[in-house]
Ligand binder design. Structure first.
Ligand code: GLN
Length: 546
């Protein structure tokens, strides 16, 4: 029997609903349950793929090629369960499906309405494609009280009624603000937020209260009384030193206990959950044996959500090597000034990373950072755009192709990086042109890559072939392969048909690797990605040299 836990948020946004959901998933897993996490997003985009990272943060890509909300990254990092297309839905996708059905004539005769047609489509999504999950944790994006999330709230209200108390639980995440002048944590916003939920017919049974201080017993009693909730089910969620401590903290606060008690699974409480994995991670994060500095040279560096999975994967590389990874976010445009002092910011870096990116702005600065890393023998990791820029840099500096460039920035005489017009997916050939739709048309999701025997990456992965997730429209032009190989750039990973360069490396360098895919999407704190483990190890070695 699959049980559903609906997680809503109130008072303000950015309370960490995604991490709260992910951490509860990890706790239920630690008690031996199979979990699946899902996210409902209230905006009208069909998916976040076309949204700027400034608007929405990172776009998280699944194995099956969906461009999804970054919370799915938290879900995967906390539970290890690979997310799928069917785990993220937006209002835009729901409506486009409903309207497509209407045009086909599937509702012939009916007036198509939010209730029941849109709410039915939402319910189908929540309950569909579940196989053998014990629990589905379904996070509702946005904040209760928003106009946009109303159809989602209505759908989960109906589901609560249809599934019955035994199979549906509502958890609400709120904030208790600390008012310094009164010297008090305030419960009123939480009361109002719960009232808002009650006004659409939803009574939460567990409240998760974010707070920067311990919640005093009288405040907890008051919340319980006004919100119609048992006192033990008012769970304090205090700020944690690291997100990976949240499952441990929630357990100590009794969150999993309350969930099991609600569902009548109290007999499971006799056994303690297996939290050893989380204790070890928290221990390593709290007592590292050293520290390395990594310079991340990108474009959205003041908005850390834009590189969420990347920052986490680098931290995982630190966990694997028992070091703290300090990230220095550098706006690449600063290397375009011609000012010799501009590169001072890279001086203390034990590793340089150019992450994924789009568009011409800042590209020359990234190429300059690659050159710095290559010439000064600082470990370099190029991801997607970062690999493309590394190849352009090598073509210019090592092959003498002065005009080497990417067609992403306009027509060029030397298209070292060009539009990907044709590739194979399973037994289908995908084709693209310059003027195609932008939404959902990149080369997306997991593809195989064959590793060259004896290469650095072959050793790192310790496997002849791998599968990694992609999100790109351009590719390194294979016609330049021989010339680049002659100057020491090895094409050490290729698509199985040998057509698409997937990995390049420079063997005559302490650590220089560029990958066309996004390895950061698959890294987990309890299973750090081998490329990040190896890159951070190289940075540790570099730190011993300087
Ligand atoms: N803009 C490049 C492309 O589309 C790189 C994309 C990326 O870094 N994700 O190919």
């Amino acid at each position: 029997m699959t049980r559903f836990i609906f997680i809503t948020g109130g008072v303000v946004s950015s309370l960490g609903k995604g991490i709260a959901s992910a951490a509860l998933g990890a706790l239920l897993q630690a008690r031996g349950f199979k979990v699946r996490l899902r996210k409902l997003d209230p905006y009208l985009n069909v998916d976040p793929g076309t949204m700027s990272p400034y608007q929405h943060g990172e776009v998280y890509v699944t194995d099956d090629g969906a461009e999804t909300d970054l919370d799915l990254g938290h879900y995967e990092r906390f539970t290890g369960v690979p997310s799928r297309q069917s785990d993220n839905i937006t209002t835009g996708r729901i409506y486009s499906n409903v309207i497509a059905k209407e045009r086909r004539g599937d509702y012939l005769g009916a007036t198509v309405q939010v209730i029941p047609h849109v709410t039915d489509a939402i319910k189908e999504f929540i309950t569909g494609e579940l196989s053998d999950s014990d629990f589905v944790l379904c996070e509702i994006g946005g904040t209760v009280g928003d106009i946009e999330s109303l159809p989602f709230l209505e759908a989960i209200r109906q589901l609560g009624n249809e599934l019955g108390r035994e199979r549906a639980l509502f958890v609400h995440l709120t904030l208790l603000p600390w008012i310094a002048s009164a010297g008090e944590l305030k419960t009123k916003p939480t009361q109002h937020s719960v009232q808002e939920l009650q006004s659409v017919g939803i009574q939460p049974s567990i409240l998760l209260c974010r707070s920067e201080r311990e919640i005093p017993v009288p405040a907890r009693k008051k919340i319980a009384l006004f919100c119609n909730i048992r006192e033990e089910a008012v769970i304090p969620a205090l700020d944690a030193a690291t997100i990976y401590e949240v499952p441990l903290q929630y357990h100590r606060a009794g969150f999993d206990r309350e969930v099991l008690r609600y569902f009548g699974l109290a007999d499971q409480l006799a056994r303690a959950p297996e939290l050893g994995r989380w204790e070890e991670i928290a221990r390593r994060i709290k007592s590292p044996e050293g520290e390395v500095q990594i310079a991340v040279v990108g474009k959205y560096t003041h908005l850390l959500d834009a590189y969420k999975s990347l920052a986490e994967a680098l931290a995982h590389g630190g966990i694997a090597n028992n070091v703290k990874v300090r990230l220095n976010w550098i706006e690449s445009e600063q290397f375009e000034s011609g000012n010799p002092g501009a590169f001072d910011s890279l001086d203390g870096a034990h590793g340089i990373l150019v992450p994924g990116g789009f568009g011409e702005r800042g590209a020359e600065g990234k190429i300059a950072a690659v050159r710095y890393a290559r010439e000064r023998k600082v470990p370099y990791f190029g991801i997607c755009f970062g690999m493309q820029m590394a190849v352009i840099e090598a073509a210019r500096s090592l092959c003498g192709i002065a005009q080497a460039n990417s067609t992403e920035f306009g027509p060029t005489a030397e298209p070292i990086v060009g539009l990907l017009t044709e590739w194979v997916r399973g037994n289908r050939v995908e084709k693209r042109g310059m003027g195609d739709n932008k939404g959902g048309t990149m080369r997306l999701g997991a593809y195989d890559c064959v590793l060259k025997l004896g290469s650095r990456v072959g050793g790192i992965y310790d496997a002849p072939s791998i599968k990694e997730r992609h999100r790109h429209r351009f590719e390194v032009n294979i016609n330049y392969k021989e010339r680049l190989e002659r100057v020491g750039v090895s094409f050490s990973g290729m698509s199985p048909d040998g057509e698409l360069p997937e990995i390049i490396e420079i063997p005559d360098h302490p650590w220089f690797v560029g990958v066309q895919f996004h390895p950061e999407l698959k890294s987990k704190p309890f299973d750090p990605h081998p490329l990040f483990t190896s890159f951070i190890r190289a940075a540790v070695e570099q730190s011993r040299l300087v």
